[in-house]
Design a protein around this ligand. Structure first.
Ligand code: NAP
Length: 279
């Protein structure tokens, strides 16, 4: 019998997940269906319960429900626990398992697709929302030397740094980044986990922070390079990337959580990029 999965969000019509999971299923021979579920802003739990009651086996969860999904899960992976957010639910016979695959998707895209080794690197993580929270533990586990979290609301960056409880993590506001000396090359990698790209702007990271960078990675993706990618390239960064690879990798990890089978991601990413017009 075909096993049912879905992505739940609001809005959800734009989600690429049905196309990605259909390709994974075809490639691995798994008998699954995958649909979109639009939940009312005050109706997440009702929609999830109804899907489960009618034979649903698992869900991807997108904005704005990742925190509610965390509360809904009865068992959670360490990476979901560290993020305080869940993007993957698996319905077992006895319990609902919650996981967070965003961060591992980011790390895989950076290391395996882009070939940028994270071990020993100094990372500037811009943003302290759900995506940054998901990224923190997998980045630390990859062996980075340090993570500086910078956020518009500095208290959120400080809270996130404390949550990590790791001496390699620190927090500051955007203004403090301007204090790097003229010859400093303070970071090897900047990950933009703010949503400024959706407003067609780069985060207010001073140019000094871009000096000597090896990679500038934006979690946002679109048909054209994002404002953050453009700024990094203008300031001489040799490598820039959007977050489409992260999207495909987090989906592959969710597929693995549900089915115990790891799909190949390369061809799926190539096709998706062609679909959104950046091939
Ligand atoms: P979120 O929880 O709403 O957090 C948004 C973050 O952006 C916060 O840190 C916020 O700062 C910051 N921000 C918003 N407007 C800003 C501005 N004008 N100037 C400076 N900072 C600003 O969102 P999220 O879930 O973390 O997602 C962040 C981005 O990552 C989204 O664009 C999302 O599409 C993307 N994402 C991509 C993937 C992928 O697979 N590629 C996965 C997850 C997320 P404050 O704390 O000060 O409000």
């Amino acid at each position: 019998m075909t096993d049912r999965y879905a992505v739940v969000g609001n809005p959800v019509a734009h989600s690429r997940s049905p196309s990605i999971h259909a390709q994974f299923a075809q490639q691995t021979g798994q008998d699954i269906s995958y649909e979109r579920l639009l939940a009312p802003l005050d109706g997440f739990v009702a929609v999830v319960e109804a899907f489960r009651a009618t034979g649903g086996r698992g869900l991807n969860v997108t904005l704005p429900f990742k925190l509610q999904a965390f509360e809904f899960a009865q068992q959670r992976s360490p990476r979901a626990q560290a993020a305080g957010a869940v993007n993957t639910l698996r319905f077992g016979a006895d319990a609902v398992f919650g996981d967070n695959t965003d961060g591992v998707g980011l790390v895989r895209d950076i290391q395996e697709r882009l070939g940028f080794r994270l071990e020993g690197k100094r990372v500037l993580l811009a943003g302290a929302g759900g995506a940054a929270r998901g990224a923190l533990l997998p980045l630390l586990q990859s062996g980075v030397a340090s993570i500086s979290i910078v956020n518009r609301t500095v208290t959120r960056a400080v809270d996130l740094a404390r949550l990590g409880g790791d001496p390699r993590v620190s927090a500051c506001g955007f203004d403090e980044l301007a204090n790097a000396g003229p010859d400093d090359a303070p970071f090897d990698l900047i990950v933009n986990a703010t949503s400024t790209g959706l407003e067609d702007a780069a985060p207010p990271i001073p140019s000094a922070a871009y000096r000597g960078l090896g990679l500038a990675y934006d979690m946002v993706y679109g048909a054209a390079p994002t404002p953050f990618m453009r700024r990094a390239a203008e300031l001489g960064c040799p490598r820039v990337s959007d977050g489409l690879g992260m999207l495909v990798e987090q989906a592959a990890e969710s597929f693995f959580v549900w089915r115990g089978v790891r799909p190949q991601t390369g061809a799926v990413l190539t096709r998706l990029r062609a679909e959104i017009g950046t091939a």
